[in-house]
Ligand binder design. Structure first.
Ligand code: NDP
Ligand SMILES: O=C1O[C@H](COP(=O)(O)O)[C@@H](O)[C@H](O)[C@H]1O
Length: 483
């Protein structure tokens, strides 16, 4: 099967923070990938901007090095990297100063899509937004892309929204949540709303519960200073897991259009019930022979920040009343695995009696690794042994079903940047969505702070603290195994 690559319109993409970690690791290698795929028109240009004084040639050298460092060997070649780098320019700009803006204004062109990617600390958003307008670099058609974290609570998110809104219309603002760019996450919508099969069963009458797991093997080492002020709740749940929850639980939008989709997601967030402390388990990893403990990584011997969280969430609406959604995410766990498991109820009556081998239907949407879906169904065990039941998976791995080329899906960042150029905001968070997510998150975190809640320790390489298993056990359910 051959991928259809539709070139986007000519563009000038300015990356503020174009020398930083995110730009080097994700944004620029991703753009190179799109260039190789033929999606970038011949006249498209990328302009790096940061304080470091250097010329365009030095920047091109840096970007070529980043591509070689961060893309797997065999997925790039020197000739195409050199061709890609011809598209690059660089301007030295301090977001808080006045130098360099005139030069930037001279570089960006009329008549092409102008996009400004703010891959810098959020404290610089206001300075950059203001100067883009003051120096005539941006106009009413330009697009601005902002990164997470979008605030650390409702008040700071509101302040960031206000800073951006002072200079840009909401239709120009693209708030990135890279989970929305993952192929299987979008497939979730295709499966739910492109098939008649699942939607009639997609409610509390037929679904016992849903599990959303984002399990990581990495520690927080190297990012300890940031992470210790954030924790799993702010770093992962408020944004990525929340987005997954919205897509799995939302009502069918009337169209696959930005506001139609985002309106439905917003309704889910607003319907989330407050979560009592008894429905939350927080954990911190211990140290072992393979690495330091969380507190050592965070360089904070007294830290009460969670590197793991599990929680039971309820949505107060007709579709989901009585169906809990369990969220779980953490660092230094047994495996890197992200999946959504929709666990269906048993049939109302078993004509086979209580047979061994009969288990409920489960639809697993696997985000990473090995993107795909599988549905666990009950069948008759083959052979003459009478009517004995067994469980089998109906598997669809993208790699098997679509062939290796199709399964080599674009990285989330590549896809999202191309959507910015296309002017499609469907996979970006709207300001009110982000605020609603913080409004739900804030009281939970405030409760921990008031109670001086201390996370439970867990072994690295495990599936998290014992308390997380107990949370499920008390509800008569089990987590799916992290393998
Ligand atoms: N790294 C990652 O994986 C992720 C990062 N993010 C977010 O993306 C943003 C960037 O992160 P990251 O790349 O890791 O950060 P880095 O610290 O690696 O890079 C920061 C960049 O901003 C530039 N910069 C700093 N101050 C100024 C200034 N006053 N004016 C102009 N440019 C400036 C730096 O260059 P110079 O010093 O030359 O000015 C550098 O290019 C942050 O908000 C982060 O939270 C979000 C998700 C993942
Ligand atoms: O935003 C973040 O995401 C990563 C996990 O992303 P993935 O695409 O590798 O699943 C997480 O490690 C990081 O702490 C967080 O800031």
């Amino acid at each position: 099967m051959v991928s259809r690559v539709i070139p986007v319109d000519p563009f000038d993409l300015v990356i503020f923070g174009g020398t930083g970690d995110l730009a080097r690791r994700k944004i620029l290698p991703g753009l190179y990938h799109r260039f190789c795929a033929g999606q970038m028109p011949a006249t498209a240009r990328i302009i790096g901007a940061a304080r470091t004084e250097q010329d365009a040639a030095a920047y091109r050298g840096q970007v070529a090095e980043a591509i070689a460092e961060f893309l797997p060997e065999g997925s790039w070649d020197a000739e195409s990297v050199a061709q890609f780098c011809e598209r690059l320019d660089y301007v030295a700009i301090d977001a808080r100063g006045e130098g360099g803006w005139k030069e930037l204004a001279g570089l960006v062109r009329e008549g092409v899509v102008r996009a400004f990617y703010l891959s810098v600390a959020p404290s610089l958003f206001g300075d950059i937004a203001e100067r883009l307008h003051a120096h005539g670099v941006a106009d009413g058609e330009s697009r601005i892309v902002v990164e997470k974290p979008f605030g650390r609570d409702l008040a700071s998110a509101r302040a960031l929204n206000a800073v951006l809104a002072a200079h840009f219309d909401e239709s120009q603002i693209y708030r990135i949540d890279h989970y929305l760019g993952k192929e299987t996450v979008q497939n979730l919508m295709a499966v739910r709303f492109g098939n008649i099969l699942f939607e009639p069963l997609w409610n509390a009458q037929y679904i016992d519960h849903i599990q959303i797991t984002v399990s990581e093997t990495v520690a927080v080492g190297g990012r300890g200073a940031y992470y210790d002020k954030s924790g799993a709740m702010r770093d992962m749940v408020q944004n990525h897991l929340m987005q997954l929850l919205c897509l799995i639980a939302m009502e069918p939008p009337s169209k696959f259009e930005p506001d139609a989709v985002r309106d439905e997601k917003l309704k889910v967030i607003r319907a989330l019930e407050p979560v009592p402390p008894s429905a939350i388990v927080r954990g911190q990893y211990r140290g072992d022979a393979n690495g330091p403990s969380y507190r050592e990584d965070a360089e904070n011997p007294e830290s009460r920040t969670e590197s793991f969280i599990a929680m039971r969430v309820q949505i107060a609406n007709w579709r989901w009343s009585g169906t809990p959604i369990y969220l779980r995410t953490g660092k230094r766990l047994r495996a890197r695995e992200s999946e959504i498991a929709v666990v269906f109820k048993d049939p109302p009556h078993s004509i086979f009696g209580e047979q061994e081998g009969r288990r409920g239907n489960v639809l697993v949407i696997r985000l990473q690794p090995d993107e795909g879906m599988h549905l666990r169904v009950t069948i008759k065990e083959p052979g003459p042994g009478g009517m004995r039941l067994m469980e089998v998976p109906l598997d669809m791995s993208f790699a098997d079903a679509l062939g290796p080329d199709e399964a080599d899906v674009p990285d989330a960042y590549e896809r999202l940047i191309m959507d910015v150029i296309r002017g499609n905001q469907t996979l970006f968070m709207r300001g009110d969505e982000v605020e609603a997510a913080w409004a739900w998150t804030d009281p939970i975190i405030e409760g921990w702070e008031e109670r001086r809640d201390v996370p439970e320790l867990y072994d690295p390489g495990s599936s998290g603290p014992e308390g997380a298993l107990a949370l499920m056990h008390r509800d008569g359910r089990r987590w799916r195994e992290i393998k």
